[in-house]
Design a protein around this ligand. Structure first.
Ligand SMILES: [Zn+2]
Length: 161
């Protein structure tokens, strides 16, 4: 039995469940972000690196930001596109899914904790990725066991009947 992850609230639940498998001080460093937010991240990198931003940048018009993204990526930054429509991959964080990054503790220990959670069946991951450049572990949760969700809600004092 598994619950599908469909919204950002589930991300917080997944992290709450995952916590007991993780080293102390692990924190969420990135969760769902809107395409607008992703575009702001790209423009932020561009500004930091003196990449010129010409004319209005409009999210729905990739031709206004794709050249900027191309230059940001050339610097070696693992930044993805905010929306489809370019040759660049779209950020998994802009999709309405259970995707988040964690940091704040030893990354290998965080990664190992995720594998432990999966091994005991607490949750399943579509991806567990150690992103050394980002100093984070990126995960995509595909399902959380129903038992764990009930356990979480009971711990929080919610009625489950
Ligand atoms: Zn990530």
């Amino acid at each position: 039995m598994a619950e599908e992850c469909g919204d950002p609230i589930v991300t917080l639940e997944a992290f709450a469940i995952l916590k007991r498998f993780l080293p102390p001080n692990t924190r969420l460093t990135s969760t769902y972000r809107s395409p607008e937010h992703q575009l702001r991240i790209i423009l932020g990198f561009a500004a930091e690196n003196n990449i010129p931003i010409q004319g209005p940048v409009i999210l729905s018009q990739p031709n206004t930001w794709a050249p900027i993204l191309a230059r940001v990526r050339k610097l070696g930054k693992a930044v993805n596109a905010p929306i489809p429509g370019t040759k660049f991959p779209v950020s998994p964080h802009t999709k309405y899914k259970c995707v988040f990054d964690m940091s704040g503790a030893n990354l290998r220990a965080i990664e190992a904790g995720c594998h432990s959670a999966q091994r005991i069946g607490a949750m399943e991951f579509a991806q567990i990725k150690l992103e050394t450049n980002n100093h984070a572990v990126h995960v995509e949760v595909s399902s959380i066991s129903r038992r764990e969700i009930i356990r979480l809600y009971e711990a929080q004092g919610f009625a489950t009947t």
